[in-house]
Design a protein around this ligand. Structure first.
Ligand SMILES: C[S@@+](CC[C@H](N)C(=O)[O-])C[C@H]1O[C@@H](n2cnc3c(N)ncnc32)[C@H](O)[C@@H]1O
Length: 207
């Protein structure tokens, strides 16, 4: 069990930094961040790969990230940040903030990993102002049933090597079931294999 902890704490955040830090993701980060404004909450902040893409309308960012190493790897990006970024929470499933604390929320490739994603969405709805928006880009269940079968098969392995990441979550359905209304949505396949690169990018309202 000790080895699992070491792998999760010392290796996974580096793997995430490299895999999620691919150049190909940058246009997606730019798109998903473009509508953010005011006080932003970012569960699964990771190593701060979105920091260069926060638009001028953002006044502050509250990072919620359990991995200390992820936060350390963010140091360079944080030093260059144009807005104040604080790490003020460790678990998106239980947010230590009162109702109506944030104007917008950002989630990039994180809803695959938070164990109880329904609880995390309920928390986001609670801390967002009425009508506040969740801006997301996430990989998840592919539309093609053949690909889905592989996703279900490979999911246990993926969880082990990628820090609890699920391949087969139906992110759009999960967001809707969480009480969010999706106002913008683009579902597409990225450049990688469909089982890991079936993407949903959009905006959902907490109203
Ligand atoms: C695949 S990474 C994505 C990181 C970052 N959002 C990005 O785009 O580069 C998923 C992140 O979710 C974080 N995470 C895992 N469980 C979490 C939880 N319960 N609450 C908040 N974040 C969590 C992981 O530590 C990791 O940094």
């Amino acid at each position: 069990m000790e080895d699992v902890g070491i792998y999760r704490d010392r290796f996974v955040p580096r793997l995430v930094d490299v895999a999620c830090g691919m150049k190909a993701n940058e246009p997606l980060r730019e798109r998903v961040c473009s509508g953010l404004s005011g006080r932003v909450i970012e569960p699964g902040f990771g190593s701060g790969l979105n920091v260069p893409f926060y638009p001028a309308a953002v006044t502050s960012v509250t990072a919620v990230e359990p991995a200390d190493l992820g936060w350390k790897l963010a140091a360079g990006r944080l030093a260059a940040a144009r807005v104040p970024v604080d790490r003020a929470g460790l678990d998106g499933q239980r947010l230590p903030f009162p109702e109506n604390s944030f104007d917008t929320a950002l989630s990039t490739w994180t809803m695959c990993t938070i164990p109880d994603i329904d609880a995390a969405l309920a928390e986001l709805r609670r801390v967002l102002v009425p009508g506040g928006t969740l801006h997301f880009v996430e990989h998840g269940l592919a539309p093609d049933p053949k690909v889905q079968r592989w996703q279900h098969r490979l999911d246990p392995l993926q969880q082990r090597i990628a820090g609890g990441c699920h391949l087969n979550r139906d992110i759009v359905a999960i967001i809707r079931a969480g009480g969010f209304e999706i106002s913008e949505l683009d579902v597409f396949k990225g450049r990688g294999p469909a089982f890991i690169d079936s993407q949903s990018l959009g905006v959902a309202s907490s109203a």
